[in-house]
Design a protein around this ligand. Structure first.
Ligand SMILES: Cc1cc2nc3c(=O)[nH]c(=O)nc-3n(C[C@H](O)[C@H](O)[C@H](O)COP(=O)(O)O)c2cc1C
Length: 459
């Protein structure tokens, strides 16, 4: 039996298979499908010697090789969060580049290998840099910085963790954060990456600065939207004015749709923000718009059908689209989240320049190749119990781990496989709970039963 897929009507996928010239880097993306950032949880992790954390492993390199496989693979492959401090991590097992890390040694060599692996068939490889700010689990470190020292309520999602107690960032903290992002960009360039992405989505530090709820500052980093964007502008200008980073290095940003909704940015602010980010102002090549907050996994679209979810994003894009200016525009716009069928992706291309793919890329590393060859019309549809985003995160993490080990990912549309996975993840969950703040247990769910990978199911 073939895996079960989201219902889909046949469509001409050629709008997704057009090259895209980025501005100002001038780089050409070979098609419009982007593998969106997904924390892999596969980098090194050490409890005491923290400088040993965050080094890319063979598994993470293999994972990027698989995403880069095939001549019609994704146009862009973005890595998951790369953190900027050894003890301020978005997730345990993230890759890390700190200001102290020089362009030699095993960390640097592994980053080089990752770039080579992902780029083998012409995909552009982008490193996503992120700072958690107050979205830092207290068992990793108890204190944190944030725009105004507002603490997050305990996570409703993964393990019910508590967040660190933040203090308001000083100018010195902000300068350090900006310098760390710029150093990260230079490091990525030197390691052979085609570009970088600022993670200003999903509730992390840069999103906290953008948010009216989290940013109550009265200095030049708070207040109006242009002030709340100042830290992003400082980083972008720092990257673009760094003479060690050539102009053809791609600079992008991921923004969260929730900031465009009620209580977040007003439509006028959204327009102003996009105008500031556009074209030559800060030298951004593309903006990726995504939905959902990391610390609030109860996104209102999570339990909706794929059709409604896709519609939600299309409607969101329709509302934001006009603020982004007419196509073709200088700074390109990609949309990510919940898009599962080629037909919906093609429709979204009326208002955006490209489509980000998250979880389907963990289920099917060759997703783009198969979509372009006409072999598939939509992504594999996980069984209902794996569909909600909390479980979907754990599933995608497990699948990325499998790919990194050279396996094909488990077929999440198969009932029996899903039930086995759920039992294993319960064991993993209780191990993680009993590990508590010891920080020794981490990583993805270990599968205890022989796998029936999706790629080998009666094809
Ligand atoms: C396991 C997992 C890890 C993720 N890690 C990141 C991350 O590191 N950075 C980021 O910007 N988004 C991250 N995301 C969000 C995805 O990039 C994407 O925005 C989200 O999954 C919605 O897209 P999808 O419906 O196609 O999965 C992650 C998502 C998943 C499932």
């Amino acid at each position: 039996m073939s895996p079960n897929r989201w219902p889909a009507t046949p469509v001409d996928v050629s709008p997704l298979n057009q090259p895209l010239v980025l501005y100002p880097s001038g780089r050409v993306v070979k098609n419009r499908l982007v593998k969106s950032a997904m924390t892999e949880g596969l980098a090194t992790w050490t409890v005491k010697d923290i400088a040993g954390r965050g080094i890319p492993t063979k598994e993470i390199i293999e994972l990027h090789r698989r995403w880069g496989e095939g001549k019609n693979t994704f146009g862009i492959i973005a890595t998951g969060n790369i953190d900027l401090e050894y003890d301020q991590v978005d997730s345990v097992g993230d890759m890390i580049i700190t200001l102290q890390d020089s362009f030699t040694g095993s960390r640097f060599e592994r980053f080089k290998e990752l770039a080579i692996a992902g780029k083998a068939n012409g995909a552009l490889v982008i490193g996503q840099l992120a700072h958690p700010g107050s979205q830092l689990f207290a068992h990793v470190r108890q204190d944190a910085i944030s725009p105004s020292g507002i603490q997050l309520p305990p996570s409703k999602g993964l393990l019910g963790e508590f967040y660190a107690k933040p203090r308001a960032a000083t100018q010195e903290d902000i300068d350090h954060v900006v310098a760390s992002f710029v150093h990260g960009a230079e490091y990525l360039y030197a390691a052979g990456f085609d570009g970088m992405q600022l993670n200003a989505a999903h509730g992390y530090l840069l999103a906290q600065f953008l948010s009216q709820r989290m940013n109550k500052r009265t200095d030049s980093y708070g207040g109006t939207i242009s002030n709340r964007m100042q830290i992003i502008i400082d980083i972008a200008k720092g990257v673009r004015s760094n003479t060690a980073i050539p102009k053809d290095f791609i600079l992008s940003i991921k923004l969260n749709s929730v900031e465009f909704q009620e209580g977040g940015l007003t439509p006028e602010e959204a327009r102003e923000m996009c105008a500031i980010l556009d074209g030559d102002n800060v030298g951004l090549d593309y903006i990726e718009l995504s939905g959902g907050n990391w610390h609030d996994l109860g996104m209102h679209w999570e339990r909706e059908s794929s059709r409604k979810r896709e519609a939600f994003f299309l409607e969101f894009v329709d509302r934001i689209g006009p603020a982004l200016g007419p196509v073709p525009r200088q700074t390109k716009v990609f949309v990510t989240g919940g898009l599962r069928s080629a037909a919906a992706m093609v429709r979204a291309m009326d208002v955006v320049d490209g489509i980000g793919i998250g979880r389907p890329a963990a289920q099917e590393p060759i997703f783009a190749n198969d979509l372009f060859s006409g072999r598939i019309l939509s992504a594999i549809k996980p069984v209902k119990m794996l569909e909600d985003i909390g479980m979907g995160f754990r599933l995608a993490g497990t699948q990325m781990g499998q790919i990194g080990r050279g396996e094909d990912p488990l077929d999440a549309s198969d009932d029996k496989t899903a039930r086995e996975f759920l039992l294993d993840q319960e064991i993993w969950y209780s191990e993680m709970l009993s590990d508590a703040d010891k920080l020794t247990g981490h990583g993805n769910v270990s599968l205890s039963t022989p796998q029936r990978p999706y790629g080998q199911v009666d094809w």
